[in-house]
Design a protein around this ligand. Sequence first.
Ligand SMILES: Cc1cc2nc3c(=O)[nH]c(=O)nc-3n(C[C@H](O)[C@H](O)[C@H](O)COP(=O)(O)OP(=O)(O)OC[C@H]3O[C@@H](n4cnc5c(N)ncnc54)[C@H](O)[C@@H]3O)c2cc1C
Length: 512
Amino acid sequence: MSTDPDVNKRIVILGGGTAGWITANALIDRWGDKGIDITLVESPDIGTVGVGEGSTPQLKVFLDSIGVKESEWMPECKATYKNGISFANWSTKPGFERYFHPFASQSDRFTTTAFFFNTLARRQGVDVHAHPDRFHLAARLAENRQGPKPDENFPFVVDYGYHFDARLVGQYLGGVARARGVKHLEARVLQVNQAGDGDIASLSAEDGRLIEADFFIDCSGFRGALIQKTLDVPFLSFSDNLFNDSAVVLPTAQVQDIGSQTVSTALKYGWAWEIPLTHRIGNGYVYSSAFCSADDAEKELRGVLGLLDSNVEARHLKMKVGRLANHWHRNCLAVGLSQGFIEPLEASALALIELSAAMISDQMPATREDMDIVARRFNDWFSYRWDRIIDFLKLHYVLSRRDDSDFWKDNRSPETVPERLRELLELWRYRPPSFRDFHQIEEIFPAASYQYVLYGMGFRPDPAAHERRLDDQVAAIGCFRTAEELALKYLRGLPSNRELIEHFATRGLKRN
Ligand SMILES: Cc1cc2nc3c(=O)[nH]c(=O)nc-3n(C[C@H](O)[C@H](O)[C@H](O)COP(=O)(O)OP(=O)(O)OC[C@H]3O[C@@H](n4cnc5c(N)ncnc54)[C@H](O)[C@@H]3O)c2cc1C
C-alpha cells in the first residue's frame, strides 16, 4: 500500500451513478487528508442507469467502512433488509421447484455441518433431507418476512444485504462524498485528450472547461467513455454463455408485510426479479432478445404481475453482456458498468464495484511506474472475479430442467458452458465442491454458494461413484435435529422486516 503517492495528486472520476459515488467515497475516506484532490464529473442530461436495487452483504461492509449509518441512509433510500435470494421455478424436479440462496449467519455453523453431512449421505443414495432451505437461518427469516437484525443480546452475527432505490442511493452517497471534500462538476464531457505517451491528460467539457488530472476513473456506465472509446481496451463478450441482454422494468405497490428476500422467478425466456422496497416493489424481467421480443417480454411480465390491463408504464433496457479484457489500462481504471455487465441474477455488480473501490483505495500507486504493476495485479484479480461469476450464474441454467423454450434448452448445450465450470461439474459427480476449487481470499461466491444451488436444484450424482462411510449420515441426522431446534429458537428473537425498518422512526438509533 502506498502512503504518499507522488503522481496521483489529482483524480478525476467520470460518472455519478452508484459506481462513481461509491468510488469517490472510498477514495476520500482513505486519501482525503493526504493532499489528494478528487473531482467527480457527471452529466445530469445523460443521467444514470437507475436500476440495481439489491445488494450482497458487501454493501454493508463498504458502508460500515466509510461510517455511513443505516439509521441515516436507509430511510432516505427507501431501503429494506435482505436475507438472500429465493429461486422459484428454476428447477422442475419435484421437491426442488424452489430454493433459497442464503446470506450466512454465525448460527449456520451448526446447521451447515448437518447440511453438508446430509448432502454427502444423499450422494451415496441415502434418502435424507438435503434441501438447503431447512438448514439456514436466513431462509427461515425470509420465509417469515423477518428482518436479519436481532436484539443486542442475540449471540450470533447475521449477515445481510439490502434492497433500495438505486437512484436515491447514488444521490445519498453523492451528498456524503461532497460533504467530505469530493469536488463535483456537472458537465458533459465531449472529448478526451491524450498525452504523447497515450495516457489520458484531460477531459474537455461541453461548456468549454478543461478538466485535467493524473489518474482517471471511468464510471461512465455502458458508454465506457474513457477506457473503451478512448483507450480502445477490447470488450470480451459473454453472450455465448449468458444469453440475457435485455430487461423490462415495472413497479408495483408495496404490501403491509414487507418481504425480506429478493425473489427470482424463472419465466419462459429468462427470469423476473421481485425486490421489496419501503414504498414499492421493484419488478423486472431479464430476458434474451435472441429468443423473445421486447413486446412479448413486457406482456409476459404484465401477465405474471396481473398488470395486463394496467397503464403503468414499463421501462425497457438493453445491456451489453461481457467485460473488458483489462479493467485498468494506462492511467485509467474502469469501475461499474464501464467494467462490464452480467445479468443481475445474484446482485453481483455492486459487490464488484465495492471491491474495485476498496482495491484502488488500498493499492493507490505511488509513481507512474508503480501504476503499471498495480494495474496488472488489479486486472488479474478482477478478470478472475468476473469469470467466476459467469461460472456461478451459468450453473443456475445448466442445472435447470426447464424445456418450455429453446432459451432453456440452448442454455444447457455443452458448448455454452464455460470450460472451467464444465470441469467442475464433472469433478462434482465424484465429490462435493470444496474450498480448494476456489482460490481467492475474497471469493464472491465460495464453494458453499455452489452447494446451495446444486442441492437446491436437486443435483444428485450417481451413488456408485462414492465411497464415504454411511455412519456419517447417522451423525448427520442427530446433528440436523439439534440444529433445526436451535434455528427455530433463534427465529423467535427476530423482528419482522417492517418492524425493523420502522424502528428508525419509532425507537431511534439503537440498532445502529
Ligand atoms: C436491468 C438491470 C438490473 C440490475 N440489477 C442489479 C442488482 O440488483 N444489483 C446490483 O448490484 N446491480 C444491478 N445492476 C447493475 C447496477 O445497476 C450497476 O452496476 C450500477 O448502477 C452502477 O452503474 P454505473 O454507475 O456504472 O453506471 P450509470 O448509473 O449508468 O452511471 C453513469 C454515469 O456516467 C455519466 N456519464 C456518462 N457519459 C458521460 C459524459 N460523456 N460526460 C459526463 N458524464 C457522463 C452519467 O451522467 C452517469 O452519471 C443492474 C443493472 C441492470 C441493467
